[in-house]
Design a protein around this ligand. Structure first.
Ligand code: SF4
Length: 597
């Protein structure tokens, strides 16, 4: 079928062998590609209950059906594995150019198995595939590794995906970086790569991605480009101010978590806003492959420069640590990119450590670095460095906030779901996003269904953010559509401007098939259920579909969302019903059969 290259690479690092295998078209059609297909394969291929950092785990890096085509934002890939942070099915998404390059090399995905006996990197140059020594890169930071690998392969057009020291040291919040500052950030995928002694994958390709109906594809793309350009979010807000445009918007809605979610309004939000970033630091926009939105930032600060920061990074290091110094946030963000840490989890873990200090739980004598005080610019930068390098108390922080807070006997102070740190929206002020967080298959996250879109931005229609009415059904549809977009290899931000029908039109023009919106959303539901079943096999139950106690029981004390708590308990049974699961959140036999599972 067109769109796919029809081949996958299976690399066994234990036996130092590489095999090219045909892609199963039947599975590809049922799960599209990217997150969906790779999730299905992980669920099938790894035994239940394995240690995520053992040789038995596999790491799949998968492109989507549309990755490498001319569709807008079609450069994305997913990293799917068993998470070393929480044992869920991990899938972490990144943009940039690496994903498209893998497709150009002629492969839909790479499956990495086993563990090398010494550090290696994989070099893919069309049909030439080699596992090469990487001892000299071990310990090096991301930018240096990237530059030196490009020099070694002698091809400036190659693309580099690598881990930093954090992944090597098996930090449970380590990311995988590509093109220096694009991150597959969440769920600790960088540690899985580190556990396999795999430092990097360099890829270069010269093939094309064929589409079934080139004229039709062109026509569909032209229509959706128009929608993207004319939409206020994708055509104006994101290009002008990046994702940090949300800082003021979310703060004005009283939902900008501050000081580890102790407050939900930050008086100094203006100083860390996207507007401030654009005025004082923005050097240029930094778009991913074929992206007309160009939300990516490239900034100069204090004699230094770096890609980013995103809204989530600004928040995690900003209001969530009580910091209003944007220069310090830029430095912390760069430190994360260089060391290979997830900015959300890293910033949120420092915030949790600050609260542990505030409450006298971490004693001053244990703090072998700058004081962990709210608002400290020095602390956010230096503690990120210590986390990435695993130094002193930094080694404990590098295991994420859930492990840190549990170690200090205060698990309730970790603002996480299924051990993964929550992102930048207080669910007490935006009810639907709380349901998204609680039911996300990979733990707390905002890109598994983004109800902030209707509840705050009014897209595709405005919902009352304090009401729970209809939120269960909305959550399901957004989660299923998100699974589809991730599997197509497109950026989720396209969904601000596009409808489900637009994705169907793209799918049909590429594949030559003739599916409907119902078919597409059923595929999203199938992907969601496979992930849910994987997690259940690992021991997850409805008890884990929850939020930190603080968000369920403590009312927001001030600001525009004052007096609210999350009403998750009321929404959850309705959500299970909308999913067609039983009252315990278990997919019924009928449901599984209906999805062909
Ligand atoms: S919208 Fe932003 S993140 Fe998405 S593809 Fe474009 S530049 Fe990359």
């Amino acid at each position: 079928m067109n769109g796919y290259q029809g081949k996958l690479l299976r690399v066994d690092l234990s036996s130092n062998s590489v095999n090219v295998e045909p892609l199963s078209l039947e599975k590809a059609v049922a799960f599209i590609g990217g997150r969906g297909l790779a999730g299905k394969l992980i669920a099938e291929e790894i035994p239940a209950g394995i240690d995520a950092l053992s040789e038995q785990n596999k790491l799949i890096i998968a492109t989507g059906l549309l990755t490498g085509t001319t569709a807008p934002t079609a450069g994305r890939y997913m990293v799917v594995t068993k998470s070393p942070l929480n044992n869920t099915i991990a899938s972490s998404n990144s943009g940039g150019f690496w994903g498209a390059e893998l497709k150009f090399a002629g492969y839909d995905m790479v499956i990495i198995e086993g563990k090398a006996s010494a550090p290696v990197y994989i070099y893919i140059n069309d049909d030439q595939i080699e596992i090469r020594p990487a001892d000299k890169y071990w310990g090096k930071w991301v930018a240096e590794t990237t530059d030196e690998l490009l020099e070694e392969v002698g091809d400036a057009k190659a693309r580099v995906l690598t881990i930093g020291p954090a992944g090597e040291k098996l930090s449970r919040i380590a990311s995988i970086m590509n093109e220096k500052d694009r991150a597959a950030g969440r769920t600790g995928v960088g540690a899985v790569m580190g556990s396999k002694n795999l430092k990097a994958i360099v890829v270069r390709g010269t093939n094309k991605v064929e589409v079934a109906d080139a004229d039709k594809y062109k026509e569909v793309i032209s229509g959706i480009m128009k929608k993207i350009r004319e939409n206020g979010v994708t055509g104006q807000g994101l290009p002008a101010y990046g994702t940090a445009i949300l800082v003021n918007i979310i703060n004005e809605n009283g939902s900008l978590p501050t000081n580890n979610f102790q407050e939900s309004y930050f008086d100094e939000a203006d100083q860390i806003s996207g507007e401030e970033l654009a005025e004082k630091y923005l050097e240029r926009k930094d778009p991913c492959f074929r992206c007309p939105i160009a939300c990516g930032r490239y900034c100069k600060f204090d004699g230094d420069e770096s890609g980013g920061p995103e809204y989530e990074s600004v928040w995690a290091y900003g209001s969530n640590c009580g910091v209003s110094d944007l220069t310090a946030i830029l430095k912390a963000n760069k430190m994360c990119n260089e060391l290979g840490l997830d900015t959300i989890s890293a910033g949120a873990t420092i915030a949790a450590a600050m609260e542990l200090v505030q409450r006298g739980i971490i004693k001053p004598e244990e703090v072998d670095g700058p004081a962990l005080e709210w608002g400290s610019s020095e602390a956010i930068v230096e503690w990120t460095r210590k986390m990435g390098l695993g130094e002193g108390l930094g080694a404990k922080l590098a295991m994420g906030s859930a492990n840190l807070c549990a170690e200090y006997g205060s698990p309730e102070l970790s603002m996480s779901v299924k051990k993964q740190e929550l992102p930048a929206y207080d669910p007490r002020g935006i009810q639907g996003i709380g349901l998204n967080y609680a039911t996300s298959n990979r733990g707390g996250c905002h890109v598994r269904g983004y109800l902030v879109s209707p509840e705050i931005l009014g897209i595709p229609e405005k919902l009352d953010r304090f009401s729970i009415e209809g939120k269960a059904e909305w959550a399901k549809v957004f989660q299923d559509l998100t699974a589809v977009i991730d599997s197509l290899g497109l950026c989720l931000f396209t969904s601000f401007a596009l409808s489900a029908q637009d994705y169907v039109d793209l799918y049909n023009a590429v594949s030559g098939k003739n599916i409907t919106v119902d078919d597409l959303l059923t595929t999203g539901d199938r992907i969601w259920n496979v992930e849910r079943l994987f997690n259940m096999q690992e021991g997850y139950t409805s008890k884990d579909d929850t939020l930190p106690k603080r968000l369920l029981e403590e009312e927001i004390s001030s600001g525009p969302s004052k007096g609210n708590v999350s009403r998750l308990a009321e929404m959850l049974p309705l959500y299970y019903k909308a999913r067609g699961w039983d009252e315990n959140g278990v997919p019924t036999e009928e449901k599984k059969q209906g999805l062909g599972l």
